[in-house]
Structure formats: C-alpha cells, structure tokens
Design a protein around this ligand. Structure first.
Ligand SMILES: Cc1cc2nc3c(=O)[nH]c(=O)nc-3n(C[C@H](O)[C@H](O)[C@H](O)COP(=O)(O)OP(=O)(O)OC[C@H]3O[C@@H](n4cnc5c(N)ncnc54)[C@H](O)[C@@H]3O)c2cc1C
Length: 581
C-alpha cells in the first residue's frame, strides 16, 4: 500500500486499521503527513513497532523541520488522518492496546493541543438513531466515526431488493404523517411517496376498519358489519380497562384487565364468530406491541404519543431515508463493539477483533436487546439505575414473512385476516399490492407465535404462512419467492422493539436515555414519546447528539465555535406525498 500526502482528501482518513499487517509506503512526504506518522513532537501517534515503512526520510526531515530526525521504521499504526487546516485528528484507532501515545491522546495534557483538536465522537450502531446522531455531529464539525456490527446500515430499517423491487423486512410505516413528525422534512425533501393505510383515530389500528377482509378458519368471510361492530365493542372494552386502571394501585397485564372487565360487564363478552373477531383485534394489539397481551402493562400501554395524520406506508421502502442521512459519514461496517471504557475526558471502544478507537465521547445506539444480552462490557460498570432500566424495559418480537406471488388472487383489501378462538391462532397479511402494485403479501406474527416461528427454517416459516393463507383462500397458488426476518434471534437486534412490561414505570425509556459521563444513549427504546418507531429513534439520535455536543464543547470551552445540532434544516415546508386508492 502506498500513500501520498493529500490522497483521499486532506480531511478524512488516509487509511485505516485493515492495513495493520500490511507494510505501508509513504510517498511524497510533507511536514503534515510526516509529523503524524513518526511520532515527533507534533505527532498524532505512532511508535516503535508499527509496520509503516516511510521512504524519503531525508527529504521529509528537511521539510518537516520540527521533527529533526530521520524517519525510521515505526510501528503500532492504525489510523492516520492528515490535517492541513490546523485541525488535528480527533479519533484514533489502534490495534496495539499498549500504545502509550494513544492512551495519552485520551487526556489532552497541554492546553495548546486541546485547543487545536477537533472534538471527537464514536457512534456505536448504524441504525436510524446512530446515523441521525452521526449526521448531526458531523454537520456540527465533530470528528465522527460510526461503528456498525452488520455489513449494512439501517438496523431495523431493512429494505430488500431481491424481488426486483423494494420490500421492507423491518419498519415500513411512517406513524404520523404530519409536519410535526421529526422525519417529515427528510421524507418530504426526498419526495418519497407514502400510501395511507389509516386515518388518525386509533392507537391500535394502523388500518381503517373498512379496509380489512377477515375470514374464519373455514374460509368464510366475516360480514363487514360484524367486523365494525366488534371493533366498536373492543374500543368500549379498552375504555373499561381504564376504569380498572384507576381502581387498582398495582399494575396488571392488559389481558388480566380485560378479564376483569368481562366479569363486571358480561354484556361486553362475545360469543361465536364475534368472539373470534374480538380475538383478532387483540391479536392486532399484540402486533402493535410485538408482545402477548398477558405481558403488556395496563398502566403504561397507551402512554406513547401518537402524532396526527394517520399511518403511511413507505412505498419505495424506508432505506432511502437512511442512505440520505448517511451520505459522507465515516461508517465502519463489520465492526462489532464488545467493550466501552469511559474515563473522565475520553472513551475507548474495542471491537470484536481487538481494534480500539478513542474519542472524547461515545453515543451508544445499539438495540435494547443487545444491551440486555450484556455482549458489550462497560468499564466501569453502568450505574445500577441504568442497568435496572435495561433489564426492566421489555423487548418484543414481530417478524415479517414476505410472500411474492406470480399474480394476485386475493381480494382487493389492505389487510387479510384469519379470526380464531385464541390470539395465537389468529393471523393477518398486509396486501402490498394495494399500495405498491406488486403481488406481495406480508404475514406478520408477533409475541410467542413469532418466537416459535423463528425456531423454524425459512422454508418451514414460509410454508407456515402459506398454510394460514390457504385456510382462507383454498385456491391460493404457491409463492414464487419469499423472505423471512429473524429480529428476535439476530444477534444485532435481539428483539423487534421495546414495550412496557407489567409493574414497571414508563420512565424507563427516559432512564435509558440519560447520559452516563461521556456516554450518550440513543435508539427507539430511549424515546419516551415515540418508542418502538423510526421517528422515535431518529429524534433520540438528534437529542443524544445535542447533549453530547454541549458536554464535549463545554469541556473544551468552545461552545460558541461550533454550530448547534439542528437535525434536518427545513427552510420551507415540503408537503408529504400521501395517497390512497
Ligand atoms: C418487523 C418490524 C416492523 C417495524 N415496523 C415499524 C413501522 O412500520 N414504523 C416504525 O416507525 N417503526 C417500526 N419498527 C420499529 C423500528 O424499525 C425501530 O424502532 C427503529 O428502526 C430502531 O432504530 P434504532 O436506531 O433504535 O435501532 P436499530 O435500527 O436496530 O440500530 C441499531 C444498530 O446497532 C447495530 N449493532 C448492534 N450491536 C452492535 C454492536 N455490538 N456494535 C456495533 N453495532 C451494533 C445494529 O446492527 C443496528 O444497525 C418495526 C420494527 C420491526 C422489527
């Protein structure tokens, strides 16, 4: 590998730790580059054992002036950033844990060095929250490196193109199609079209009642009147659970509260087909929380804030939003973080393969499930209240089994559903044909059912979904392609999204968000207002970035020199493009 001064731009990384075992020849040496390479007075940091081989040493020594010695073989390199505009490197990566110079870089010991150094941040996790935070800090002139464990960005936003058109295996709705939605400026500016699946009026239904086609297990369609009537009953039952909530000081599950309502109000109890339809509504509620009704907290289930404007499907997939936000960022894919060490004025982050990165602060934007699994070690340990929040907040599972058919053979409704005696046996399919024109149905199991299906092979899972479809449409033709998500067992997510479990307070989201020293936390599970959503994740990314900016710059005494983190600038309001057929 040969590196010239100025190659790859003077602003960015010249090369990085992947070259650790490869000799590097430095050509066209200039004072700036040399000073960074050889560990002189002005150095960014290399020492004796590096595999960097510098050529042209005599000349460099002459040019470099300050260095005053011949370049020799140097060692322990890993990342170099050249700075020609007087801004020194902010983040360093090292493969050598004993590199004293890198350790020194953690605590800027002299004032001059500190003043000329760029504030630096490591963002861990390249989902919506991490990308939003990295974008905001990058735009506020911070040195930012984002470490992402997967070989792709987006996290639980995952648009797949293998069918020849976009389909989302993770998030697909913008919940709250309105200008108050933090994501509206990005989506509006990109001109991404949305398909409205419901209006404003409900927490639970991201589809209007009239757009359902429900069937029993024998394939008989449930009369639309009954679907609407049971919908109204379900809303009455939920209202009655509020009375139960007022009466009982102890929390209980939403399932238990509904049982109490039935004891008190036998008129709300339904029989036969109506009972099955009611189970189906409950099954939809479980899908909203990605959890079974007997684990959802009565006290907290409706505490999230719902933005107005209804629910809009991202017709071209969600990933363009992420790609736009990620443009120009320094993102390291395949970097799974395993350890985070925090000290008074710096952090050191280690990845699975032993690379280390140091910076002024870090933003932890990995999923709650990953934090729960303890696969990232914090040193010192996180405070007890933070660990308790991680343990106590629930994380549920919802998956998608996406079936692609040669042609459409199902009714022209937005949602097809199977009603049954229990929520576990109920199921539903999103008809993407209505929104996108593609002959695709998306089966979405949640809670225990999703957990059970994740144990199957992809083929068996697709067969399972198809069998459900055959129950209601016996003449269904076989899918030509399928995709199956595994959000519960994928070690990069370990769950689909967070929810309130029984007996735990709703302020756990806030406790999860609150920074610990120079560690800041972002992600859907840190959003009190909009947990479990993309716009929630996005807004926590911006919040963490702003908190981090303030904290780091206060310490530098340079608060006035850097712009505030504003999120997406929106000089004029672009209306969102939403339609419905
Ligand atoms: C099936 C499904 C459907 C959904 N539907 C919707 C919807 O329609 N609308 C909506 O608003 N929301 C929906 N959501 C929720 C939404 O997708 C999430 O709330 C949001 O995307 C979370 O973003 P995040 O940045 O918090 O986390 P993620 O997107 O999960 O990002 C975290 C990142 O951290 C990375 N990571 C993990 N461990 C490490 C590590 N050790 N080191 C480095 N990186 C690591 C991960 O790979 C990931 O990229 C859905 C979710 C699922 C699963």
């Amino acid at each position: 590998m040969e590196v010239r001064h100025g190659e790859e731009g003077n602003r960015g990384w010249v090369f990085d730790g992947q070259l650790r075992n490869e000799p590097v020849r430095l050509l066209d040496l200039s004072p700036d580059l040399v000073s960074w390479v050889i560990g002189g007075e002005n150095s960014g940091g290399f020492q004796e054992h590096s595999r960097v081989e510098a050529v042209g040493g005599e000349e460099a020594a002459a040019n470099g002036g300050k260095i005053g010695k011949k370049i020799q073989r140097v060692e322990a390199l890993v990342v170099i950033s050249i700075v020609t505009d007087r801004r020194q490197i902010g983040i360093m990566e090292s493969g050598d844990k004993s590199n004293r110079q890198l350790q020194r870089a953690l605590c800027y010991s002299d004032v001059e060095k500190r003043d000329s150094a760029s504030p630096s941040v490591i963002v861990i996790g390249g989902g919506t929250a991490g990308i939003a935070a990295a974008r905001a800090l990058h735009d506020a002139s911070f040195q930012v490196v984002l470490l992402e464990s997967r070989e792709r960005i987006g996290g639980r936003v995952h648009t797949d193109y293998s069918f020849g058109f976009p389909v989302d295996l993770g998030a697909s709705w913008l919940h709250g199609v309105c200008k108050e939605n933090p994501l509206a400026p990005v989506i509006g500016r990109l001109g991404l079209p949305l398909y409205r699946t419901s209006g404003d009026n409900s927490v639970l239904y991201d589809h209007d009642l009239e757009s359902y086609g429900l069937f029993d297990m024998e394939g008989n369609q449930v009369p639309q009147e009954l679907v609407s009537k049971v919908g109204v009953t379900f809303e009455s039952i939920l209202k009655e659970t509020d009375v139960v909530r007022q009466e009982f000081s102890e929390d209980m599950s939403i399932f238990r509260a509904i049982s109490i309502v039935f004891e008190r109000r036998p008129d709300l109890r339904l029989e036969g087909l109506a009972h099955k339809v009611l189970q189906w509504y409950l099954c939809r509620m479980e899908g909203w929380f990605a959890a079974d009704a007997d684990t959802i907290s009565l006290k907290c289930w409706d505490q999230e804030e719902l933005l107005p404007g209804g629910h809009g499907l991202m017709i071209r997939g969600y990933i363009p939003v992420i790609n736009t936000l990620a443009k120009g960022l320094d993102i390291r894919l395949g970097h799974r973080v395993t350890k985070i060490v925090r000290r008074y004025n710096g952090v050191k982050v280690t990845t699975e393969d032993g690379r280390t990165f140091t910076a002024d602060a870090a933003i932890v934007a990995v999923p709650l499930g990953v934090l729960k699994s303890n696969c990232i070690k914090f040193e010192p340990r996180l405070p007890e209240w933070k660990e308790a929040a991680i343990n106590d907040l629930g994380v549920g599972i919802e998956n998608k089994i996406i079936l692609h058919f040669e042609k459409v053979f199902w009714p022209n409704v937005e949602f097809l559903g199977v009603v049954a005696e229990t929520t576990y046996e109920c199921s539903y399919f999103l008809n993407l044909h209505k929104a996108t024109g593609h002959s695709v149905l998306v089966y979405m199991p949640a809670g225990q059912l999703a957990r059970d299906i994740e144990k199957m092979s992809d083929e068996a899972a697709a067969n399972f979904a198809f069998t459900q479809l055959k129950r209601i449409l016996p003449n269904a033709s076989e899918p030509i392609q399928y995709l199956v998500s595994h959000w519960g067992t994928d070690k990069n997510s370990l769950g689909s999204y967070s929810y309130d479990t029984v007996g735990k307070p709703h302020d756990l989201y806030e406790r999860l968000r609150i920074p610990v020293d120079n560690l800041f936390f972002a992600g859907e599970a840190t959003s009190t207002e909009y947990p479990g959503s993309v716009h929630g994740a996005y807004s926590t990314g911006l919040m963490a970035a702003e908190d981090c900016r303030m904290r780091v710059l206060e310490r530098y005494g340079e608060l006035d020199l850097f712009q505030p983190v504003m999120g997406e600038e929106n000089p004029f309001s672009v209306p969102l493009l939403i339609s419905r057929m």
